[in-house]
Ligand binder design. Structure first.
Ligand SMILES: Cc1ncc(COP(=O)(O)O)c(C=O)c1O
Length: 639
């Protein structure tokens, strides 16, 4: 089977430069075509030459493997020699190719030669332990061979580098799931009695398919959601974490991650301002889980018998309730449902015109709840709502929570990261008065998901979320090691060492990397808002408070009724066009377009191009001609 075919017909590539032959006079075109033909012939013959040379190189590599075998080498793999080859070649370049391009090409060549050596190595099931003086191993499996690991890693890294270097404007091309399933199945090894060989071409094709069918979070065309393109170093650390596999709920299993959690807690608490001896932080696999954990801690704090006796312990009391802003993330009401707090026990606080909790209406809403027999034990403020990125007035809400003996939890999954910026920290004014804060580092701290930080003002209360005994993991007499165990405070038992990618970025680059990027994204979103204000056919729905902006296309108002839900139809069409990926949302009962600026490579020019694409999409949907004034960027790969 030709595995290289697995993915390739799925999608035409977007954003490729293209000169239409219609634009060039016929004579000139003929001259250009013959010149091109000549150049292409030259390239073809150079390629033939390269191929012959590569085959000669592969044969030499095989000879090397034979010599190594006969001289008793235990492995064909010699990383030091490979390093020297790359060093020599990158030093010898004449300037037409960059050292990193030369290095990538030769890494691929070396890796292909290594695969051939591996396939002919007699002890292909692993190292020859007898010759190495090590005791023989029980089940020698090539899938665990370090040389095979390196070959696979190089294939993936080379592709990731190419992917990261691609700055073209790409959105998301949705592929028919059954076609994708067929393409994926075509890449599966079949017909093997035993363990199949690790086929480099198959692996490369799988990675290519993975890239092609994803949201291109590193492209300036990606403006759709809160996922971020991870800082590449963070991805590398995540990869190391998978190899080292140190689940971080217990100090003994993950010593450095446990200590790194303590360090990051202290670093970030500087911006929150809690008592360093009293506060604590744990990591959770996502903001949703952090919200659930904080709500459990709040409920168990205010209803101390609930954990052991369940709902019956509050039967004769006012029923437990939580109060949330009307735009709160769904994970909060879901958490309430999980805890047995019904929809009717969620007090929804009205919003002001900035879509923040309206302070004037909180008192009356809580009084009504009390009259309905509810005891609001937790008030949830959002620091960056998912819909428009609004920040609730934490300072004032903290005072109200205290008056009502309620816990104040701040859902800062999206906007908690603004704390690291001197310019933007004020959006979370009063955060030191909160009881807990959920903060997703996989959003605006640009690390791979999931990495959520859950902070508590009072470390004692962090043990309140889950109160369990389990002698196989929890020690009743803590010591200097078990003090760093986090499992008693989090839902997860096995948990990836979530903190490592964040800590390493912080350790290597420092706070400013995050602050600069976040400030840029927020400024860019403000500029986008100003652009919209100047366009008569667009209506911004709010002034951005962070990096999220919602708006509507409002051109052709009389024709708009012809297309049911025009904004959603525009969004879908934009997705089909493949240049931009944006999202949609309901605001005050009507659909709107939404952009989330997560990528520092986006400029305001890209945003203007998006507006052009939206106009085109709207005209096409409304049946107008789209050919007359097609924007000239349509086939460009860069603005
Ligand atoms: C404000 C807010 N809270 C919570 C969440 C849930 O976080 P996660 O996706 O990490 O579970 C999100 C996710 O978009 C969010 O925007």
């Amino acid at each position: 089977m030709d595995v290289s075919n697995g993915s390739l017909d799925l999608m035409p590539s977007a954003g490729v430069s293209h000169v239409s032959s219609r634009d060039i006079p016929a004579l000139e075109r003929d001259r250009m075509n013959s010149e091109l033909d000549e150049l292409r012939k030259n390239i073809d013959s150079i390629d033939d030459e390269i191929l012959r040379l590569l085959e000669r190189r592969a044969n030499k590599a095989l000879e090397v493997a034979r010599v190594k075998q006969s001289s008793g080498w235990t492995s064909y793999y010699d990383p030091e020699r490979e390093r020297r080859i790359l060093e020599r070649l990158t030093a010898a370049h004449d300037g037409s190719l960059s050292p990193s391009a030369i290095s990538s090409v030769f890494q691929e060549i070396i890796s292909a030669c290594r695969s051939i050596q591996q396939s002919r190595w007699p002890a292909a099931l692993g190292l020859d332990e007898a010759a190495s003086g090590l005791p023989p191993c029980g089940l020698p499996l090539a899938a665990f061979d370090p040389a095979q690991f390196r070959t696979a890693a190089e294939i993936v890294v080379t592709r990731m580098e190419r992917h990261l270097s691609d700055r073209s404007i790409r959105g998301l091309r949705i592929v028919d799931p059954s076609a994708l399933q067929r393409a994926a199945q075509a890449l599966m090894a079949t017909g093997h009695e035993g363990i199949a060989d690790c086929d480099s071409r198959r692996l490369a094709a799988i990675i290519d398919l993975y890239i092609e069918t994803g949201i291109h979070v590193h492209s300036p065309g990606y403006m759709g959601r809160q996922f971020s393109g991870a800082v590449p170093l963070a991805a590398v650390i995540d990869f190391a974490g998978a190899v080292l596999n140190q689940p971080s709920s217990f100090y003994e299993a993950a010593q450095l991650p446990s200590v790194a959690e303590q360090i990051m807690a202290g670093e970030l608490n500087r911006f929150i301002g809690w008592d360093p001896d009293r506060f604590t932080m744990v990591t959770t696999s996502g903001g949703s889980l952090a919200n659930l954990t904080a709500l459990l801690a709040a409920r168990n704090d205010k209803f101390p018998r609930y954990w052991s006796e369940g709902g019956g312990s509050v039967a004769s009391h006012p029923r437990p309730a939580i109060a949330v802003g009307d735009d709160v993330h769904y994970s909060v009401s879901r958490a309430a449902g999980i805890m047995g707090i019904g929809e009717a026990q969620i007090v929804r606080l009205p919003l002001n015109r900035h879509r923040q909790i309206c302070l004037e209406q909180v008192g009356p809403a809580l009084a009504t709840a009390q009259r309905r027999g509810l005891r609001v034990f937790c008030l949830v403020a959002s620091a960056g709502t998912t819909s428009v990125g609004a920040f609730d007035p934490i300072d004032e809400l903290a005072d109200i929570a205290r008056e009502h003996d309620a816990w104040l939890h701040v859902d800062g999954a999206h906007g908690g990261s603004l704390l690291v910026s001197d310019k933007l920290r004020h959006k979370l004014r009063g955060i030191a008065k909160a009881d807990s804060l959920a903060w997703d580092a996989h959003k605006m701290m640009f690390v791979p998901p999931a990495c959520t930080l859950l902070f508590y003002k009072d470390k004692v209360k962090s043990y309140g979320a889950f109160r369990q005994q389990a002698s196989y993991v929890f020690d009743t007499e803590p010591d200097i090691y078990t003090e760093l165990d986090s499992a008693a405070k989090t839902f997860e038992c096995t948990k990836r060492p979530l903190i490592m990618s964040l800590w390493v970025l912080w350790a290597m680059y420092g706070r400013t990397l995050f602050a600069d990027k976040i400030e840029y994204l927020c400024e860019l979103t403000e500029q986008a808002y100003q652009v919209l204000r100047g366009e008569s056919d667009f209506e911004p729905l709010h002034r951005p408070q962070a990096n999220i902006l919602c708006f509507r296309y409002s051109g052709a108002p009389r024709a708009a009724g012809r297309v049911p839900d025009l904004q959603v139809a525009i969004r879908n069409r934009i997705k089909q066009q493949g240049h931009f990926f944006i999202s949609k949302i309901d605001i005050d009962g009507a659909s709107a377009l939404r952009v989330v600026m997560m990528n520092h490579q986006i400029t305001i020019e890209h945003f203007r191009m998006l507006l052009d694409d939206i106009r085109l999409a709207a005209r096409a949907l409304l049946g107008e001609s789209t050919t007359r004034d097609r924007p000239d960027h349509e086939h460009r790969s860069e603005p």
